[in-house]
Design a binder for this molecule. Sequence first.
Ligand SMILES: [Zn+2]
Length: 319
Amino acid sequence: MIKEKDGIHLELGEKVVADSRKAVGDINIVSHAHFDHLHRGETEVVCSAETAGIGSVRSGKEIEFSEDHNSVELLPSGHIIGSRAALIEDDKSILYTGDVSTRDRFYLEGFEPVNADILVVETTYGVPAYSFPSQEEIIDEITGWVQDNEKPLLLFGYSLGKAQKIQHHVQEATDRPLLAHGSVIEMNHAVEKSTDLEFRAKPYEGNKDLFKEEGILVAPPGSRKAEWVKRLENKKEVLTAGFSGWAVNNSMGYSRYDRAFPLSDHCGFDELVELVEKVDPERVYTHHGFDEAFASYLRKELGIHARALKKNQATLEEF
Ligand SMILES: [Zn+2]
């Protein structure tokens, strides 16, 4: 039986729970260190060392973990540093993707799909409108925009994951002063501890003057509510940019930036279809985003048994 409750619950020989805020399973998997996937308990979890390291910084307490379990194999899922999919061996093999991207980006290698009988896949961008340009095209656009606009630039991306990719790219594209919001600096340090990556951004606090001189500031989208960020955004010489898959058609508020780039940490629609084809499962369960639409596409176009996981329902027997 499989359920979406708080995270994904699999009633197998042992109870396997993935990405739940409460680690209530016999086996508890944490796919990555984004807050919606990080559990708050004391129980030992199955996750990567990077997720445990970054997660400990975020939650303020040491995360007890192991990187495998006799029936669970973790596979790099290409979403953010340390993110993992899980291949669970029971009577049938079950692949849980967590958040996933199959494209190589910056310092991350894309997820390599493996065969499984049952696939549980996130479908954030599960409709054809969200197929993304090639990585080269996206990077060329970002580079061109940064180099053509010698003004203070305010770039918005989530503090863990997107913000590091934006900085990595800006560091390659220009020598201009690079600054970051406090929460981004904190995540930079956590990432630097678990990897050999280095970020040259200085904290905005204490270095404000550098921003005025064609500086580039990276901040999380949530910081737009803060007065000091609003004041910066409202200065007429400052240009803003957002980075997300939603930028493909300026949905989810991405029209409110001066520029928006479709730089995503998730699979686009066509990449999701390719992932499913490579896993070649008997059954697919979708969750997040366009879950119903994508399940319907798989049934109608590819003849695959597929359905969306809805909160507190769905069992294997219901097929
Ligand atoms: Zn995530």
